[in-house]
Design a protein. Structure first.
Length: 558
């Protein structure tokens, strides 16, 4: 009786041991088969293109399966396939008659069948766009506002460089007013949704006559893809800019400004100024400007020659116009320069010698911070100087000081001026950059697991806090995938491969009345160990070992 009891006890202990081993190595939600990109075909696709089906391959025949396709935390497709009876099968969303993915990146696929789960992935690439301007690949920027027509030749291919035959292309403007016939000759009211059609080689062309500066990017889709299903391609941009302008002062013997508009210059009061304006095409590889332009001034001045029509000058390789004027007032941007009645720049006019009157103050301040300025003449503080910052003017006190407080960010021009009499006038100016105060907050990350182990396929809980308080909607990046914390600052992750994994945690900042809050980026490394799967050999080894143990015990007891 004692022997039988011992044998029964050992049998119970051995069975319990086997049960515990199996339970500890099996995932809680059924068997998780290792992730493998070979489970799906194709595993690389092009955004905006329709695929009739995706092919799944498993290691065993199954009857039915549930398939979920996600991008980050967003589920795009949830498909149930029945009556499969095979290890290989195709999936197709019936309601859409094919797959269209308009976002680029890595997509995750989860397949559930018979209490088993496998995970795989595929990557979606953007289409490739090339274009030429007037069939001259050297031109990269068109010139706007000169009524010049360009022919834009566009070629669109998938990521394998195969043409997107008979596809659709939409032009998207960075301008809030959008595109119209003043940019694209073929444009009509339906172009916003219908777009242009590509030919069998994935090519198309259109005439481009930009009336003003603009940047254009693209939306691409196959023949069956509508606007909302198309994908956005931001590079390369089609650009148009105003003509290039140089302003030269013979009196100062220097170029006082140059660029594509928004010119800013300084000239002294009390002199007659002659200016040479040179206009060229926006891209030096483009044809030279043949158009004549009207240039003129607006502001307080004695008229000398304040309006001119440019002429082509072969020596300068561009359109040249001459202007002369005598300013009768002073101030910032007091004289405007116009090109064909559109403002292209402004001139500051100052009196006196900058060396006589000086203004000194902070180059940078924060919003809401006091900005103290000191005004001196020959290094002595001077009272009663008018100091203008933006739209506010104050007088210096007996110490030559004024104090401004700014309630918004940006560049502020501070102008100081004092008129002693009709012959003595002193002025000076400076700039102050007003910024928001930046406050950086650190993120703390703690790690927890369900059983204290960090192993393959087992959920790991991450908690993100700042000074002990949970951080909601923090982004947790694991192997290129984004997860987001809940209201308790918690999210769960798992890994399908053993080894060291870098986890990046960050959070969007926000702005208060006078501060910009930014969170630092936290990086941690999680060392993930192997999780033994349900291995038949292991189970048989355990069972045989247990049987041998029982046999040995029986021999001993007998």
């Amino acid at each position: 009786m004692e022997i039988r009891f011992k044998k029964t006890k050992y049998l119970i202990l051995t069975t319990a041991l086997i049960f515990l081993i199996i339970v500890s190595i099996a995932p809680a939600q059924g068997l998780l088969i290792a992730s493998n990109s070979d489970n799906i075909e194709p595993d690389e696709l092009t955004a905006g293109i329709k695929y009739q089906s995706l092919n799944i391959s498993l290691d065993e025949e199954i009857d039915e399966a549930m398939i979920s396709i996600t991008l980050g935390d967003m589920e795009l497709y949830n498909i149930t396939e029945e009556e499969i009876d095979d290890s290989e099968f195709s999936i197709n969303p019936e309601e859409k008659n094919g797959f269209i993915f308009n976002e680029t990146g890595q997509y995750n696929v989860t397949i559930n069948w018979n209490d088993n789960t496998t995970e795989t992935k595929f990557h979606v690439h953007p289409p490739e766009i090339e274009f030429t301007i007037n069939a001259q690949s050297d031109i990269s920027i068109a010139t706007s506002g000169i009524d010049r027509e360009y022919q834009i030749n566009v070629s669109v291919k998938d990521f394998n460089e195969a043409p997107i035959e008979n596809g659709n292309l939409w032009l998207i403007s960075s301008d809030e007013d959008g595109l119209n016939e003043s940019f694209v000759d073929e444009w009509n009211s339906s172009m916003d949704r219908e777009g242009f059609s590509l030919d069998e080689n994935g090519d198309m062309s259109f005439n481009f006559t930009p009336s003003e500066p603009i940047e254009i990017f693209w939306r691409i889709g196959c023949e069956e893809t509508g606007f909302n299903e198309s994908t956005v391609v931001e590079e390369p941009l089609l650009k148009a800019e105003d003509p290039y302008i140089e302003v030269f002062s013979p009196i100062l013997n220097e170029t006082i400004d140059k660029g594509h508009g928004d010119l800013s210059m300084e000239l002294p009061f009390g002199s007659t100024h002659e200016l040479k304006l040179l206009l060229k095409q926006a891209d030096e590889d483009d044809d030279q400007l043949q158009n004549e332009f009207k240039i003129d001034f607006n502001g307080p001045f004695k008229e000398c020659n304040v309006s001119s029509t440019t002429k082509y000058d072969e020596n300068s390789s561009g359109q040249v116009g001459w202007l002369s004027f005598t300013p009768t007032g002073t101030g910032l941007e007091i004289i405007e320069i116009n090109l064909d009645e559109d403002k292209i720049g402004a001139i500051d006019i100052y009196k006196g010698d900058y060396g006589d009157l000086k203004i000194d103050g902070p180059d940078e301040v924060a919003v809401g911070e006091k900005a103290v300025y000191n005004v001196t003449i020959y290094d002595e503080p001077i009272e009663g100087v008018n100091v203008t910052a933006g739209d506010k003017t104050l007088e210096t006190d007996e110490n030559g000081e004024v104090v401004f407080t700014y309630n918004s960010s940006g560049t502020v021009y501070i102008w100081a001026e004092k008129e002693e009499n009709t012959s003595n006038y002193y002025s000076s100016w400076m700039e102050t950059e007003v910024n928001y105060t930046y406050v950086e907050k650190n993120l703390d990350v703690t790690i927890e697991t369900d059983q204290g182990y960090k192993v393959v396929d087992r959920e790991i809980e991450l908690k993100v806090t700042h000074e002990g308080e949970p951080v909601e909607n923090a982004t947790v990046i694991v192997d290129g995938n984004n997860k987001y914390t809940d209201s308790d600052g918690v999210t769960t992750v798992s890994f399908d491969e053993a080894g060291e994994h870098e986890v990046i945690v960050k959070n969007d900042g926000y702005k208060t009345e006078n501060e910009i809050i930014e969170y630092g980026t936290e990086k941690i490394t999680i060392n993930v160990g192997e999780t033994p799967g349900i291995n038949l050999t292991l189970i048989l080894t355990i069972i045989i070992g247990a049987s041998l143990l029982l046999t040995k015990l029986r021999d001993v007891t007998e």
